[in-house]
Design a binder for this molecule. Structure first.
Ligand SMILES: NC(=O)c1ccc[n+]([C@@H]2O[C@H](COP(=O)([O-])OP(=O)(O)OC[C@H]3O[C@@H](n4cnc5c(N)ncnc54)[C@H](OP(=O)(O)O)[C@@H]3O)[C@@H](O)[C@H]2O)c1
Length: 290
């Protein structure tokens, strides 16, 4: 098994990845557009490649940690002749469609491609309790799983190269909206003289309890059951309307809760007033994917 890797892309994530490989005793070659970002890893023993070609030639396994796939083309296209025989572990975020196209592009240049979606910030790199979604050829994933496990735990989703990106984007859909809701809550609290440290324990309690809601509603959603026996969209409209007014009265931008209220109202206008809020899955355009 390979105990040497190349890491291309040394943002906060790539630097953490290079560090995790060094900690695990790997020989690590690094390249980054802004060369100075490699300094710390080089001081710890990594080899700085002078060119992308040199970085690709150094190792069979090449970990890519770039902003997105456009950056991958920008970096690798001019060095495409050096891709033959490489295994690209692409941990850059992008859409499922773009990752599928990326895998085809890599194959055209004689490289094999694993898509990855890392579910931790840099602080979790090197920790097996966090997971990265992977997809692409199963044999490739299994062959290099030990190398991947240096970074995080692994969660293989299937052969379709877009799957890891899809699962990752699904998680990001939830993550960014939830985090932003908390930031909005802090702004509303602040406008009323309440400090983040005073309100955040309540936020943590609410988020911690979300699992129970998810467990309760998931089988009902899969069964297409949206009866309003626990809560109804009409109640949710009234409740969120109070939030929007409280926000406005406090001089805080109400755009975020107002946008959510708009979707609740759309559900009511489509005739689902008496149904559970879970009906919104359909209002948003999803079916019962059960
Ligand atoms: N940070 C997180 O907490 C986190 C968590 C999970 C997943 N991710 C994902 O992991 C990936 C890397 O994250 P990051 O925070 O390290 O990202 P980042 O700060 O955006 O840095 C990524 C790297 O991309 C390079 N890059 C961007 N555009 C380029 C171009 N046109 N040509 C050449 N190089 C280019 C940057 O080079 P320069 O140094 O020269 O600018 C940098 O090395 C992203 O896809 C991100 O969505 C991040």
């Amino acid at each position: 098994m390979s105990t040497s890797v190349t890491v291309i892309g040394l943002g906060p994530m790539g630097r953490a990845m290079g560090g995790a490989y060094l900690d695990a005793g790997y020989r690590v070659t690094v390249w980054n557009r802004t060369a100075s970002r490699a300094d710390e890893l080089v001081a710890r023993g990594a080899v700085r490649a002078a060119t992308v070609e040199e970085a690709l030639a150094a190792n069979e396994v090449v970990v890519l940690s770039l902003t997105g796939y456009a950056a991958m083309y920008a970096v690798l296209e001019p060095a495409a002749a050096a891709l033959e025989g490489r295994v690209l572990v692409n941990l850059s975020s992008d859409t499922p469609e773009n990752t599928r196209a990326g895998a085809v592009w890599a194959a055209r240049h004689g490289a094999r491609h694993l898509t990855g979606g890392v579910q931790t910030p840099p602080s979790g790199i090197g920790s097996p309790e966090f997971d990265t979604f992977y997809s692409g050829p199963r044999d490739l994933f299994e062959r290099y799983e030990d190398v991947l496990k240096v970074l995080t735990g692994t969660d293989y989703r299937g052969e379709d190269p877009g799957l890891a990106a899809l699962y990752y984007q699904l998680q990001m859909d939830l993550f960014w909206t939830t985090l932003t809701a908390w930031l909005h809550m802090l702004a509303l609290a602040d406008a009323n003289g309440i400090k983040p440290s005073e309100i955040t324990p309540y936020a943590a309690g609410t988020l911690g309890g979300m699992g129970q809601f998810l467990d309760f509603y998931t089988p009902r959603i899969e069964a297409g059951r949206h009866s309003g026996d626990v809560e109804r969209i009409s109640m949710a409209v009234a409740s969120l309307d109070h939030v929007v007014h409280t926000t406005r009265d406090s001089g805080v931008d109400p755009a975020l809760p107002a946008a959510v209220l708009e979707t609740f109202r759309r559900g009511a206008a489509e005739g689902y007033e008496e149904d559970s809020l879970t009906r919104l899955v359909e209002v948003f355009g999803g079916g019962a994917a059960a």
